[in-house]
Ligand binder design. Structure first.
Ligand code: NDP
Length: 583
């Protein structure tokens, strides 16, 4: 789900206003950031994703039905995926193409789909163009229905991929991996699960997503609320009804105004008697330029059309001769200044759009974000802002403070009690740094969290020395791509190539060398050094709520083209980057 828009902000446009204008706005950005940092000095510790005990109701799967009884599994597969979302589906397709037959997906939900299994809240959709976001369109001979796909279509596409590549046969659903331990003697991974399984696998792929564990803000009295409540990724349609008619006559509250809330709020505003939106920091809301797919365009698409779109995404961005000359003549300080000014101009357009749509001036002002665009996940919606013109919709702007108290009746802010029938938490997800949830113990029994205690260490975000035959997808030290499935596809192709290489050469294990890993850690550090943006941004999950991070604990910022080039180099010279055993 961690996506940002397709259009990066242009850098070299000449500033149109006096520099003082931009400097004043930058000062205001810094003040707003400091205000929030002071309210939440505990950083990520302000949240919990330990949804056990009194909080266990917030993690129950409302979609999977009763736990289907089954005997514990005690067998061996060649490739095992922890998680059944796009990472697993994409990589499995490539493995099947290379003749790998024994593939198992172990998934907590009751079906494949990952994010799109869990997130079924009203209005759920993806902001990346569907012809790019939905993977394997050539292979499935499918063209998405609209320019932007809605959640149910994406979920159905995941199921279609699983059927096409025969992934349901060995899949185990409603199952959570509890430990993943390398057996050096057998050159195998041993996995246990919460269903009593003892599985063995030659290769394990951590495909459990970066934003997969729902989190709640640790709000005083949260568990005392007597009304109905749930997290957006566990939407209770039993209560709301699929058409939200269950909210008719109800007073509803929603905490959070991130990308999820922005999509859910228009439907809630139309269905509830009263809707209270508890905002801490506003999102930027731009136009959503959507349209149904033109059937004539779809019919004329030549075979392999999506592969060509993907290939274009991997190409190095080209500059004109004039742009190159202009850039070369500019000092690094001037480049940064122009980029910041352009960013501020983009944010001012977001502000103007709010003023043009939201009628009440105080509400319009409260909805204005004061930070550089891309400090937080930008949002795109045509109905979100107009929803605040409805007489039954009330914005409770906590001005950076957030809700800090909930009673049995509902949230309290500045002494005012908001009495609710339903309280919905749109408070997001814990950020998984890189394959760290499943008690992964490599050679010498070292738990991967312990290895990472002094900083993440990987090659390409995928391989970590001492964890042979383990591949991590979508984690840190990998590139960041606006279209996440471009990234996952690149990683999936690479992982399939590594496994194929080991199989073809009769190797039982493949492990990255210390040198290759160290090279990559330094690459990540080198490219992270380019930017102070994380420190200057308002807190949020993008910058770990403003907590200090080691420079290696983040994405590789050298660009997707460079990242793909590195993947290619590693594949071309396997013997230099890996050690192999078992020939
Ligand atoms: P986020 O983490 O983005 O948002 C959580 C929200 O909860 C923020 O607005 C946060 O405020 C607010 N919050 C937290 N604590 C409190 C509190 N005590 N009081 C009031 N508000 C509080 O989670 P989302 O589920 O919205 O989105 C997660 C990610 O999933 C997105 O960034 C995106 O990558 C992806 N996504 C993509 C979609 C798409 O393609 N359109 C749709 C939905 C999600 P604050 O900002 O101040 O921290």
């Amino acid at each position: 789900m961690a996506q940002t828009p397709e259009k990066p902000i242009g850098m070299t446009a000449k500033p149109t206003r006096p520099q003082e204008f931009y400097d004043n706005i930058k000062r205001k950005f810094a003040e707003e950031r400091d205000l929030r940092l002071n309210y939440r000095p505990e950083g990520t510790a302000q949240f919990t994703s330990d949804l056990t005990g009194e909080l266990s109701q917030y993690e129950v799967d409302p979609y999977g039905g009763e736990l289907k009884p089954r005997a514990p599994i005690n067998d061996t597969v060649e490739v095992l995926f922890i998680g059944g979302g796009f990472s697993a589906l994409l990589t499995s397709a490539r493995l099947r193409e290379r003749g790998v037959e024994s593939i198992r997906i172990v998934e907590r939900g009751a079906d494949v789909g990952g994010t799109w299994y869990w997130n079924r809240y009203p209005g759920v959709a993806c902001d990346v163009v569907a012809y790019d976001y939905l993977p394997l369109l050539d292979e499935l001979d499918y063209v998405p229905k609209d320019h932007y796909a809605k959640g149910p279509e994406i979920f159905a596409h995941c199921q279609a991929i699983a059927r096409k590549y025969n992934l349901y046969e060995l899949a185990t659903f409603q199952t959570t991996v509890t430990s993943t331990v390398w057996d050096s003697a057998e050159q195998m991974w041993n996995l246990t699960t919460d269903r009593g399984d003892k599985m063995k696998a030659r290769f394990v792929i951590c495909a459990n997503g970066t934003l997969s564990k729902p989190k709640l803000a640790k709000i005083k009295g949260l568990e005392t609320f007597r009304g109905h409540s749930f997290h957006t990724s566990r939407w209770d349609y039993g209560y709301t009804k699929p058409d939200l008619s269950g909210l008719d006559g109800r007073v509803v509250g929603i905490i959070g105004t991130g990308a999820t809330a922005v999509q859910a709020i228009p439907g809630l505003g139309a269905a509830a008697r009263e809707l209270y939106v508890f905002q801490r920091t506003p999102s930027s809301i731009d136009v959503r330029d959507d349209w149904p797919t033109d059937p004539n365009w779809a019919r004329r698409l030549p075979s392999g059309w999506q592969a060509r779109r993907r290939a274009r995404a991997r190409m190095q961005p080209q500059m004109t001769e004039e742009q190159r000359t202009r850039q070369a003549a500019m000092s690094p300080e001037e480049k940064v200044r122009r980029q910041e000014n352009a960013n501020i101009e983009a944010m001012m357009k977001i502000h103007q759009r709010i003023d043009a749509i939201v009628k009440d001036k105080a509400t319009a002002d409260a909805l204005k974000p004061w930070y550089m665009l891309l400090c937080k996940r930008p949002c795109f919606h045509n109905d979100y802002l107009p929803t605040f013109n409805r007489p039954n919709v009330h914005l409770v702007d906590t001005k950076g403070k957030g809700i800090t108290e909930i009673t049995e009746k509902g949230p309290v802010f500045e002494g005012k009690q908001y009495e609710l029938d339903v309280l919905i938490y749109a408070t997001g997800f814990e950020v998984q740094k890189t394959g760290i949830y499943n008690q992964i113990k490599g050679e010498d029994g070292l738990e991967i969290n312990d290895k990472y205690r002094d900083g993440i260490r990987t090659l390409l975000g995928i391989h970590s020395q001492g964890y042979p035959n383990l591949f991590i997808m979508g984690g840190y030290q990998a590139s960041f791509q606006f279209n996440l499935t471009d990234m996952l596809q690149a990683q999936g192709d690479h992982i399939a190539a590594c496994i194929d290489y080991a199989r073809r050469h009769g190797f039982q294990s493949i492990d990255v060398t210390r040198e290759a890993e160290e090279f990559w850690v330094q690459e990540v550090i080198k490219h992270r050094g380019k930017t102070g943006r994380n420190q200057e941004c308002t807190p949020g999950y993008y910058n770990f709520e403003g907590e200090f991070q080691r420079r290696q604990d983040g994405n590789y910022n050298g660009g997707f083209f460079q990242y793909c080039s590195h993947l290619g180099e590693v594949q071309a010279r396997m013997a230099e980057h890996f050690t192999f055993t078992g020939k």
